[in-house]
Design a protein around this ligand. Structure first.
Ligand code: F0G
Length: 356
């Protein structure tokens, strides 16, 4: 058996690389596509979960970052820069340090999850907390990349989208064709754009016969694509997608029109309920932003939009350990109180309701 070689080497013939390209990889991609019987039962569809939390830094960003940092190094960059709600900064930090270059990351002060903040620091990035939101951070990052010798690795960089399209290739390889529906969280809409590109290329390559309908979801307090205008002060527990002015807005609309797709909004309560359903009924723990794929499916199934037996893929974008605090509160709002016992087997048996 051989080791998975990361998305650039696995898909070299479908990416802009040559034998001379200095591949920077941490073994990203090759993530599980898992059947989710509990969600199939709830919806009548045939539901599969693409678990992107299994990437090296715990999110789908690694697929794009291997490509973005590889191309940066190929072009001689010594510093990469990004704005981030947390996952992009964790990924940029890891890949830059692996490549022996520097990463500078701009994050909204106090608004990114502790796990992600820890990753950026652990991987030795220069971390700058901006007193503003993600959209402000991206404005500054773009400004800096325009005027200084720093290489931008946000998803406005096409190399990111190229790397991320490989997730669609993996889905098609497992299912034998594209699914009928693909549900995905939307922040900047880079990943929504990337999957659409991947599926299109799979049709052109003869690997798939159809495009899935691309269903993208934003948090209700942060849903510019649904409202049709930027949101000035976006708010949501799903901090990864707390974005008011998506960078790939136009590409996202084109992808939606091309795939007969849909953009929907989900409130925070239903995001957290979906997170709980996925962790407690399927066994997959994701961060709140990722759970919006599940919430979106439940919402659209309830609306009667998903015919029985439809093949449905949900991308869950980031690992639950990134931002674990939400799991400690149950959907009814109560905090989880751990059961404490003395060192006594009979006592534990009684608490567990075992025996007579
Ligand atoms: N899910 C997670 C866990 C994310 O971190 C992001 C984006 C998205 C979904 C949305 O993807 O932007 O391509 O539509 N996170 C970025 C970041 C903004 O900085 O980590 P998108």
């Amino acid at each position: 058996s051989r080791q998975w070689r990361g998305v650039i080497r696995e898909y070299a013939d479908r990416l802009d690389v040559t034998d001379a390209t200095p591949v920077v990889t941490l073994g990203e991609g090759g993530t599980p596509l898992l059947p989710a019987p509990a969600l199939s039962r709830r919806t009548g569809a045939d539901v599969w979960v693409k678990f992107e939390g299994m990437n090296p830094t715990g999110s789908f960003k690694d697929r794009g970052m291997t490509m973005a940092v590889t191309k940066a190094v190929e072009r001689g960059a010594e510093v990469v820069i990004c704005a981030s709600t947390g996952n992009t900064s964790a990924s940029a930090a890891a890949y830059a340090t692996h490549a022996g270059i520097k990463a500078a990351v701009l994050v909204p002060e106090g608004k990114i999850a502790m796990g992600k903040l820890s990753q950026a620091i652990a991987h030795d990035a220069q971390l700058i907390q901006v007193q503003g939101n993600f959209d402000d951070c991206l404005d500054i990052a773009r400004d800096l990349a325009e005027h200084f010798p720093v290489h931008l690795v946000n998803s406005v960089n096409n190399d990111r989208i190229e790397g991320q399209k490989t997730a669609a290739f993996e889905v098609v390889e497992v299912l034998g064709d594209a699914p009928d529906f693909h549900f995905i969280p939307v922040g900047n809409a880079g990943n929504y754009t990337a999957y659409t590109r991947g599926y299109r290329e799979d049709i052109a390559a003869g690997n798939a016969t159809k495009l899935p309908r691309m269903f993208g979801f934003q948090a209700a307090g942060s849903a510019p694509l649904v409202r049709g205008e930027p949101v000035k002060d976006p708010e949501t527990v799903a901090s990864a997608i707390r974005i008011g002015n998506p960078a790939s807005w136009q590409l996202a609309l084109e992808a939606r029109d091309l795939t007969d797709g849909y953009f929907g909004a989900i409130d925070d309560e239903r995001i957290l309920l979906a997170q709980r359903i996925l962790s407690a009924e399927v066994g997959v723990f994701v961060e709140p932003a990722s759970a919006i794929s599940v919430a979106g499916l439940l919402d659209r199934a309830e609306a009667g939009q998903i015919p029985a037996g439809s093949k449905v893929v949900l991308t869950v974008t980031g690992h639950g350990l990134k931002d674990p605090q939400w799991a400690l509160r149950l959907p009814d709002g109560s905090d989880v109180a751990p059961t404490v016992v003395p060192v006594d087997t009979a006592h534990v048996a009684e608490v567990l309701g075992l025996g007579a």
